[in-house]
Structures are given as C-alpha cells and as structure tokens.
Design a protein around this ligand. Structure first.
Ligand SMILES: NC(=O)c1ccc[n+]([C@@H]2O[C@H](COP(=O)([O-])OP(=O)(O)OC[C@H]3O[C@@H](n4cnc5c(N)ncnc54)[C@H](O)[C@@H]3O)[C@@H](O)[C@H]2O)c1
Length: 481
C-alpha cells in the first residue's frame, strides 16, 4: 500500500475500510436565528465586545418571487446536505435537483426537500436542465475539478466545496473555465466570510499587535468520527452505490463500502489532513493577512494510531515561509488524547490575536522599554557602577510600573453562521455578477499551499512555490508523486 497523498491520481489503494464533516462552520445554526448580542452571563474575559451582525451587510436586499435562484446539489453526503440546508435559508433560493452516487442519499433528499425533487446518479442530467442556475458541489475531492468545469461549461454558477483542487493540474483548469465562461465560482471555505475573521483582519491592519511575525494554527481531534470513520449504511452494495461513477478517474478497483463512505482515508479520493483541514487554516490566514501564499514548505508526520487500512497520515506538522515576513506553523493531530479543538494565533511585535471557538482574543503584554541588566556575575564594584549608570539612563517612568496588559475579547452573536454569510456572498454574486469573496484564484492559492505539505511529506524535500504564479518552483518536488 502506498502512503502517498495525491498530487496526481493515486496509484494504489487499500481494499479495506472510510468521512467527518469537519466542523463545517463556526456554528451550524442559522445566522437568521442569531439573537443578537452576547448575554452578560457568558462573558468571561476582562473586556468583551460582541461583534455586531452588520458584518454581514453584504447580504443583498430581499428579492422578489420571480427572481429566485434555482440550485442543484451534486454530492449529497454530510456536507452537501448541510450546505443545502444553509443555502436554502438565503432568501430567494430553491432546490430543484440532486445528484448522488448512493441511492439512500437521493431518497433522504426527497424525504427532506420534497418528493418532486429531481434526483439522479448522473450529474450531467442536472447540468443539462434549463431550470438550474447554480450548482453546489460537495463530492469527494477527486471530483471537484471535473464537476465544476462541466458545470461552468454548461452555463451554471458554482459553489465548490474545499479543497478546490485534488491535483495541482486542477487549479489552472478551474481558473480558466471560470474565466472563459464568465461563470461565478465560489470555493467553500466558509471562514473567509466569517465576521470573526473580518474582525481579526481589521485588528491586524489597524496595528493591534504590531508587526506580524508568526501564525500558529492547529486542528486536533480525538474521536473515530473526527478521524473520518464515518458510518456505513446497512444497504451499502454495488446495487445502491454507483461505484463506477464514484471512482471516476481514480484507479479502478473492486467495490469497497469503506472507500465509498470513508473516502478521506485514501489518497485516490481525498487530500489527507492537509486538503481536509490545513486548507481552512490557509484560507483564513490568507484572508486575514492579505498574503497570497508561502514560498517554502516542509512537513512531517505519520500514521500513528488509526491503522485501519488508510494510506494517509493522522498526524501532520508543517512549516511555511511567507514573503510578507512571517512564518506559518500548522498541526493536525487525530489522536490528541484530550479535547477536540481548533485555533489560529497571529503573533506580532506587540501582542497576539487568537481565533478560537466563537471568539477573537487580542492580548498585548508591552515589552519593557528599558533593555534590562545582567550584571550579577561581574565584580561587585563594576556591578554598582553599571547599576548607577543604568538608573540614570533608564529612570522609572511611573511609580506604578509599566502599563497593564490588555486583553480584549470579541464574540460573534449566539447562533452566528459563517456558512450562511458565505452562501449569501455567493448568491449575491450570482445575481449581481460581482466578484465572490473566494474565487478560483483564492481557492487555488489556499489549496495549492495546503497540498505542499503532502509533497514535502511524501518526497522528503523542502518544497518551493511561487504563490503569485501559483506554480511549484523547485526541481526537488514533483506534483506527479
Ligand atoms: N467547508 C467545510 O467545512 C466542509 C466540511 C465537510 C466537508 N467538506 C467538503 O465537502 C466535500 C464532501 O464531503 P462529505 O463529508 O460531505 O463527504 P460524503 O462522503 O459525506 O459525501 C460525498 C457524496 O458525494 C457523492 N459522490 C461521489 N462521487 C459523485 C459523483 N461523481 N457525482 C455525484 N455525487 C458523487 C457520494 O455518493 C457521497 O454521497 C469534500 O470535498 C469535503 O472536503 C467541507
């Protein structure tokens, strides 16, 4: 079995075992249900600021009944059905069709959204329909490019789940299809639309932590579902699962219910923890800092615990250099022995901005203005002389000492959903033809950067990348691993 994570189609498979909706959103309940400001009882930090919902002001005005966007879903698994439930909360959006390779999910979509829903195993039947304006693609990663390109050429606007690419060659094709067809392509890293991330971006730009020198982020889990051990339905079989259609361009192997339903565990379909989770941390980092991507990447890790036939690591550590003058350090650990958690810390010369859970926290501990003295080991007379000189040069500014450390905490309202804002942004673009917040170039820069980790891990090299041209630049790393 290979432990390669694909940058081109994977060459080997395991015939054994199979997905987790990673936390798809800061909160999966509708933003519409957000009550407003945070209650005082839930406030723990010294200075709390409730983020006002006006951060979602991009949402277009309510539209008239004859201006409805007719949406179709391609890939109706965990994220596809969740995304659809959020998309349908945006005013003026209706679901008309669903494509999926498993009969049970098509049935569940009809149960959820009405028996008259058009359902099919073949997404091309959806693309041929005149009553479909936009498609939501939530297939496994190895289908993102083809489904998105086919949809754009069929005249449909596209919301494509992350990671945008599975192979490096997917990026230019998707960018070119969006350009040549003039269709809207929004990539589904919903944090890019989060009011928390907008707050962090504004804080950084306003100089709240001085000059950025490092970003540290992790996404740890400690459960079987977290490690992609999704439940296989009772009736999984070649009759209920369209295995040929699921495989697509992946290596042709006999039917495996594990690979069908737990596809993230195999590089032929998924993109490892880098494509599944690092990509969210990249899209967040790029949105907040304005950076286009790293120039250098190195990664390590291994399959430490979930030795169930998967061929991708469950622990990964990676380091990246950014030309803007900061380093990024990422970690995913599927066996952390504690609480599942996720955070992103921006470290600057004057403090840190932390995004965790439903909050952005700014911490500033001012550096002493005086350099300090380390004279204890010098001769006594010299110590005294140096202490006198120091006291003259750096007199105490205030009898109370340096200013107190500052700690500010900003929280989104209860029930806030960044996914709702991300879909609002997409449908606004579909109506107005204005740019989306996460287009194909942004999506490629985030996913392309994330997949550098897989290249470095597989090939045991430091990988160089041109984030502007979106190209690998060193001869040591080959996308055809
Ligand atoms: N934005 C987020 O936070 C987030 C969260 C979870 C998943 N995702 C992304 O969503 C995508 C789907 O993940 P999931 O957890 O829902 O997986 P899933 O396995 O639950 O669902 C995928 C579905 O796609 C179907 N499918 C496979 N090939 C198809 C094809 N050719 N045509 C139509 N349907 C096809 C499968 O039958 C399956 O029902 C992944 O790319 C994943 O990275 C994003």
């Amino acid at each position: 079995m290979s432990n390669q994570i694909p940058t081109t189609p994977a060459s080997t498979h395991s015939a054994s075992n199979a997905p987790a909706p990673e936390p798809a959103s800061l909160n999966r309940r509708s933003f519409l249900r957000a009550a407003g400001l945070l209650s005082a009882a839930s406030v723990a930090a010294p200075r709390l600021h409730a983020l006002a919902p006006e951060a979602a002001a991009e949402v277009p005005p309510r539209i008239s009944a004859n201006d409805r966007i007719r949406l179709a879903l391609i890939g109706a698994g965990g994220q596809g059905q969740y995304d659809t439930s959020i998309a349908l909360q945006v005013p003026g959006v209706e679901l008309v069709a669903v494509a999926d390779c498993y009969t049970g999910r098509l049935q569940h979509c009809r149960e959820r959204w009405g028996a008259s829903l058009f359902t099919t195993r073949d997404y091309r039947e959806i693309l041929a329909r005149q009553d479909v304006d936009a498609v939501l693609i939530a297939t496994p990663d190895h289908w993102h490019k083809q489904a998105a390109v086919d949809a754009m050429h069929a005249g449909k606007d596209v919301y494509c789940e992350k990671p945008m690419i599975h192979l490096y060659s997917d990026g230019p094709e998707m960018i070119e299809a969006a350009r040549s067809t003039g269709r809207i392509l929004q990539v589904g890293s919903q944090r890019v639309s989060s009011m928390l991330y907008a707050k962090a971006r504004d804080l950084l730009a306003s100089g709240a932590i001085g000059q950025l020198n490092m970003v540290t982020a992790h996404w740890d889990r400690n459960s079987a579902i977290g490690a992609w051990d999704y439940t296989i339905p009772l009736d999984a079989s070649p009759q209920t699962c369209d295995w040929t259609r699921f495989l697509g361009t992946a290596p042709q192997i006999p039917f495996s219910a594990e690979q069908f339903f737990q596809w993230r565990k195999w590089s032929a379909y998924g993109s490892g923890v880098a494509g599944d989770l690092f990509v969210h941390l990249f899209s967040g980092t790029h949105f907040i800092t304005g950076a286009k991507g790293p120039t250098r990447a190195m990664a390590t890790g291994g399959l430490r615990f979930w030795k169930d036939g998967r061929n991708v690591p469950d622990v990964m550590l990676a380091l990246f250099d950014y030309p803007e003058g900061f380093n990024l350090s990422l970690r995913v650990n599927f066996v952390d022995g504690g609480e599942e958690n996720e955070s992103l810390i921006f470290t600057g010369s004057e403090g840190t901005i932390t995004i965790t859970g439903n909050a952005v926290i700014v911490s500033r501990v001012p550096r002493p203005s005086a350099p300090g003295l380390t004279v204890d080991t010098f001769p006594e007379a010299m110590q005294q002389q140096m202490r006198r000189q120091y006291a003259e040069r750096y007199p105490a500014v205030h009898p109370a000492g340096p200013p107190p450390a500052a700690l500010d905490r900003f929280e989104a309202p209860p029930g806030y959903s960044d996914s709702y804002d991300h879909f609002s942004n997409f449908f606004h673009a579909v109506r107005t033809r204005q740019p989306v917040v996460e287009d194909a170039v942004f999506g490629f820069r985030a996913a392309g950067a994330a997949l550098l980790s897989n290249l470095s891990y597989q090939q045991d090299v430091i990988v160089h990348w041109d984030p502007v041209a979106m190209k690998l630049t060193n001869s040591g790393a080959h996308p055809a691993a």
